[in-house]
Ligand binder design. Structure first.
Ligand SMILES: [Zn+2]
Ligand SMILES: [Zn+2]
Length: 80
C-alpha cells in the first residue's frame, strides 16, 4: 500500500508520523485555528480560546487559571 506523504491520507488514514506528515498535521491544526479565529468561532473564557490565539481578557484569565490550577495540583502531589 503506497500513499503520498504530507497528506491527510498518509497522516490520518495510515498513521504515518514521518517529518513530512507531521509538518502537514501541524499546518492543518494551525490553519483550522486561524480559521476559527477569523470566523469568530472561538470559545472565549476557555484555555482553548487562548490556545486558538485569542488574547482577549477572558481567554487570558482562563489560561492563567488553568496554569495556576496545574501548579496547585503539582504542588499537592509533591507534598503528598
Ligand atoms: Zn509520512
Ligand atoms: Zn477570547
Amino acid at each position: 500500500m503506497s500513499y503520498t506523504h504530507g497528506t491527510y491520507a498518509a497522516y490520518g488514514t495510515h498513521k504515518c508520523r514521518c517529518d513530512q506528515c507531521r509538518t502537514y498535521q501541524r499546518q492543518r491544526v494551525a490553519m483550522s485555528r486561524r480559521r476559527r479565529l477569523a470566523e469568530g468561532r472561538v470559545n472565549h473564557g476557555t484555555s482553548s480560546g487562548y490556545d486558538d490565539g485569542c488574547r482577549c481578557h477572558k481567554c487570558r484569565l482562563a489560561k492563567s487559571y488553568v496554569r495556576s490550577a496545574d501548579f496547585e495540583k503539582a504542588k499537592r502531589k509533591r507534598a503528598a
